[in-house]
Write a protein that binds this ligand. Structure first.
Ligand code: NAD
Ligand code: UDP
Length: 319
């Protein structure tokens, strides 16, 4: 039986990865310090013989008994309000955390896959973004703590690959959504759906002309699974190229939820990228991957999930 360590395993993406690798017949070890994650995301796995949870900060030395075949490094605050609140921990998990994971991988002779991000492209001057684009990041702006941590993480991973011959994989994830996102994580989808469910106006930042391309979580997980088992060590974009402005996205959420509230404009955060859309030529040719779930289908599933939360959760998670 293959053994896999998933850091950030109690988070949104990490918990879906735990589900997938359990389904594929792996022994799954989730590690998380719960700084932005929630045990509720994985409590359904606790009773399983082949699932373990370690409450641990991966920026500190990691000890895992027994063999490991794979390590997925997903631990990191991921939403702008999270990493702006905890900037130093964000920089640490992207630097000390990945160093610990890579060191552990050498000892265990394991393959490592890291969660990088479209944020390595910053506010991109090239559109859509191919992996060859080096990006346009402000290192000392508010988003720098996240973007530069992720860029360092890629550099460190590539150095272990080149100098130690470690097997490594790098995925650049574009905006992904689905059940188990936190309603109060500040990302646009939970923000808009939460506001609609609470009967509040939807807070669009700026004039809403900035674009994003939203990928449903199951599609992303399939891409991660394929990349992990591939033999490709260079970065690969995984995301849905179906691009939309934030204003149009808000209008879609208003229609979906049937709310009578409206879009209101708040100031645009500093360095907010103006456009983002993945070039997925590599994912298509190397992994035979492309997204299958349309935004209409994915949003419906995600809305049903948020609707199923109790009123208490809805208001507790509002702020
Ligand atoms: P999330 O906040 O739901 O999950 C992150 C998890 O990491 C949380 O459970 C948190 O408690 C844990 N964590 C943070 N620091 C830790 C530390 N020092 N030690 C142990 N655990 C720690 O966010 P997510 O959306 O699931 O993102 C997961 C990963 O994917 C992150 O690395 C993020 O940068 C990356 N990513 C996500 C997206 C997206 O659209 N969701 C896009 C690009 C990249
Ligand atoms: N956004 C918005 N209202 C919100 C939250 C976000 O208009 O309540 C905008 C934000 O300015 C950005 C886009 O939606 O242009 C996506 O933001 P998110 O935080 O989800 O992801 P990221 O900026 O990291 O891509």
């Amino acid at each position: 039986m293959k053994r896999i360590l998933i850091t950030g395993g109690a988070g949104f993406l990490g918990s879906h990865l735990c589900d997938r690798f359990i389904k594929e017949g792996y022994h799954v070890i989730a590690m998380d310090n719960l700084i932005t994650g929630d045990l509720k995301n994985i409590e359904h796995l606790f009773k399983l013989e082949h699932f373990e949870f370690y409450h641990h900060d991966v920026s500190k030395f990691i000890h895992v008994p027994g063999e490991l075949d794979y390590i997925l490094h997903f631990a990191s605050p991921a939403s702008p309000i999270d990493y702006l609140k905890i900037p130093i921990q964000t920089l640490k998990v992207g630097s000390l955390g990945i160093h610990n994971c890579l060191g552990l991988a050498r000892v265990k002779n394991a393959r490592v896959l890291i969660a990088s991000t479209s944020e390595v492209y910053g506010d991109p001057n090239v559109h859509p973004q191919p992996e060859e684009y080096w990006g346009n990041v402000n290192p000392v702006g508010p988003r720098g703590v996240y973007d530069e941590a992720k860029r360092f993480q890629e550099a460190m991973t590539m150095a272990y690959h080149t100098y130690h011959g470690l097997e490594t994989r790098i995925i650049r994830i574009f905006n992904t959504y689905g059940p188990r996102m936190r309603l109060n994580d500040g990302r646009v989808l939970p923000a808009f759906i939460g506001q609609a469910l609470r009967g509040e106006d939807l807070t669009m930042f700026g004039d809403g002309s900035q674009t994003r391309s939203f990928c449903y979580v199951d599609d992303l997980v399939e891409g991660i699974y394929r990349l992990l088992l591939s033999d490709y060590a260079q970065p690969v974009n995984i995301g849905n190229p179906d691009e939309i402005t934030i204003k149009e996205f808000g209008e879609e959420i208003i229609k979906l939820t049937g709310t009578s509230q409206k879009l209101i404009s708040l100031p645009l955060p500093t360095d907010d990228p103006k456009q983002r859309k993945p070039d997925i030529t590599k994912a298509r040719s190397i992994l035979g991957w492309e997204p299958k779930v349309s935004r209409a289908e994915g949003l419906k599933i995600t809305y049903d999930y948020f609707k199923s939360l109790s009123k208490d959760d809805l208001f507790r998670m509002a702020h």
